[in-house]
Structure formats: C-alpha cells, structure tokens
Design a protein around this ligand. Structure first.
Ligand SMILES: [Zn+2]
Length: 340
C-alpha cells in the first residue's frame, strides 16, 4: 500500500510521507529526527554533526516524554532515562547533549529511509557517522524545503507521533484503542486507562498526509496551518447524525479535509452525497490509514469492518441509505488527475 501511495504521485513530499506515515515504529526517534531536520532546515551539502542535531532531537523527545512517558515499545531505554534525568528531573544541557550524541542516534540514522522491506529510492541525507560523526544533507532535502507542501510536514509528523505514542500507552490490542473525533474542537481524542478523555492530536495534522496535502474532492493544495482555508469535512454529511441508524458518522473513516470551495462554497458539497467515484476514493484513503498501522487502523477496522469486502459493503450500504435520505449527489466541477 505504501508503494501505491508514493507511486501515484512520486513527489519528494510523498516519499517523506512514506517514511513518516507508513514506516513501522518501535521507538519515536524517527519522528524526533524528522522534526529536527524540519526545525534546523540544513542546506544541501551541509554536514550536520550529531552534536548539532542533539539539542533539537533531545528537546523533541523531552517534550513528548512530559505528556507521554511511553516512547518505545521495549520496557526500558538508557537513552530515554538519560533524557528524563538531564532534561526533566535535573536539567543539565551539556550532559543532555553528551548522552544524546552517545546513545540517541543508534538505529535511527541508518533506519530513517526504510519503509516496508527496503529503503526508498530518495535520500534526504547520507549517513556519514563513521567518517564524520554526522549526516550529509542531500539536494533532495533542499528541494523538499522548496515544495508548497513543506509547510504542512511539521504538523503531520507531530500528529503521527501523537497517535503512535497513544497506541503504545493504551496497548495496541486494547479495547480502549478507539480514536474519536470531537466535532466542536476538531481534535482527535481517546480514553486513557483511567477512563479519562485524552486529547490526542489535531484532526488536520492527522488526516492531511494520507490525502497528500490536497483537497479530498478537487485536489487543490491545502495549507493546514490556516484553519479557515481547510475544512474538516464529513464525507457523508453530519446532518445524517440525527438518524441513529447512521452509526459513527463522526468516525475517522468519514472525515476528510476539503478546501473552502468544495466544502461550502458556491456549487460546493453542503449536504449532498458525494458520487460513487468519490466513494471509491474514500475507500482507498481508508485503506491508506489502515496500512499505516495503529491506532487509526484499529479504529477504522472496528467501525467499518475487518476485511476489505466487509468495508466495501459497509460503505455501499451507507451510501444507499444516505441517498434515500438526502437524495442529491455531488462532485466538484474541476479536478486534476487521481493522485490517491
Ligand atoms: Zn476542493
């Protein structure tokens, strides 16, 4: 699935998203490295020493440790203990950097570009740890910075990180693992082990990558930093919620990001039902979310069906009943070629 995701539109940002959204994770270090690269924005050809990377990298981890103590799937980690001690308990910046250089980059620098069974064909840096104790930034990374979608990537990494650590905290196979959507605050949340509501992440950051930073309907580029330009849209209109037979209308499976025009502009979707062509796009988008591992995977499987055929039947049944209630179908007048 991740290959299909990238090859439909093999742009640099989608290779990057392949790494962030589809890689398997046993620790959150990949997210910390991604956020550090975005924050430091090094130039093409630049040698970034581990000691240059360490302050940003360690601070990203410390920030997450403060609200989510579980940052790794194994029971303990020397590095995480060091960050806790030198960043949180008795802050000492020099010791923090020293320990991070020593322990923090094992298994992350060389694994960053691996998605599925192999490395992606684009490299955002070259591993020069053995020779120069750092990484060499490539032209690809500089070109990525120039892309329109670059403005969205930091939020996307943050959201993916928040979701993954939530899954670790709750236990992947736990019954608690259902991510829900708050329609008013537009955030995703879950209930923690004490049965208290825990805000997980912004819905825009969580959804944007899987639709490649484009409006779900017309493929116009969207900027998730500007809330008014990008709407969180219910594919099957929220108005159906009044009829309780339309279950989980607020589920992630039914949420997409749309530009203002498609959502509520002149000739926009409003309370119409998207056409069957768009329904099959939704099915594909949901499969991307499912192949991106926990926790949205479990949530969508539970709400729409365990197998591909069950999920198709679920969507088709929803569509038929929605059409009997709201009658009118809609699709945007102009849209570029299919990209997801
Ligand atoms: Zn649109």
């Amino acid at each position: 699935m991740s290959e299909e995701f990238i090859l439909n539109e093999p742009s640099l940002e989608n290779y990057w998203r392949g790494i962030i959204l589809f890689g398997r994770n046993v620790a959150s270090y990949k997210f910390a490295l991604a956020k550090s690269l975005i924050e430091l924005q090094p130039q093409s050809g630049q040698l970034l020493k581990l000691s240059d990377l360490a302050p940003s990298f360690a601070n990203q981890i410390a920030e997450h440790l403060r609200h989510s103590p579980k940052q790794i799937t194994s029971p303990s980690s020397k590095f995480l203990d060091a960050v806790k001690t030198h960043a949180i308990v008795t802050p000492n910046q020099n010791r923090l950097i020293e320990e991070t250089v020593k322990l923090g980059f094992n298994n992350v620098i060389d694994a960053f570009h691996i998605v599925g069974n192999g490395e992606i064909p684009k490299r955002f840096y070259i591993d020069e740890i053995k020779r120069n104790n750092g990484i060499r930034i490539t032209d690809e990374f500089s070109a990525l910075v120039e892309r329109f979608q670059y403005i969205n990537l930091s939020k996307e990494v943050e959201s993916r990180w928040n979701l993954v650590e939530t899954a670790w905290e709750l236990g992947v196979s736990s019954n608690l693992l259902e991510v829900q959507y708050d329609n008013k605050d537009e955030v995703l949340f879950a209930f923690n082990k004490e049965n208290r509501r825990k805000e997980v992440t912004s819905s825009r950051g969580a959804l944007n990558g899987y639709q490649k930073g484009k409006c779900f309907y017309c493929f116009k580029q969207i900027n998730i930093n500007n809330g008014r330009e990008t709407e969180v849209d219910h594919f099957f209109p929220y108005t159906l919620e009044k009829d309780k037979s339309f279950r989980n209308i607020n589920g992630v499976w039914n949420l997409v990001l749309a530009c203002e025009t498609c959502n509520a502009g002149e000739g926009g979707k409003h309370t119409n039902i998207p056409t069957l062509k768009l329904l099959s796009r939704l099915s594909k988008r949901n499969n991307y979310l499912i192949s991106s591992h926990h926790p949205l995977r479990e949530t969508i499987l539970r709400q729409t069906g365990q197998s591909e055929s069950e999920r198709r039947a679920f969507l088709q049944d929803f569509y038929n009943r929605a059409k009997n209630t709201l009658f009118h179908t809609w699709e945007p007048k102009f849209q570029d070629g299919e990209i997801f």
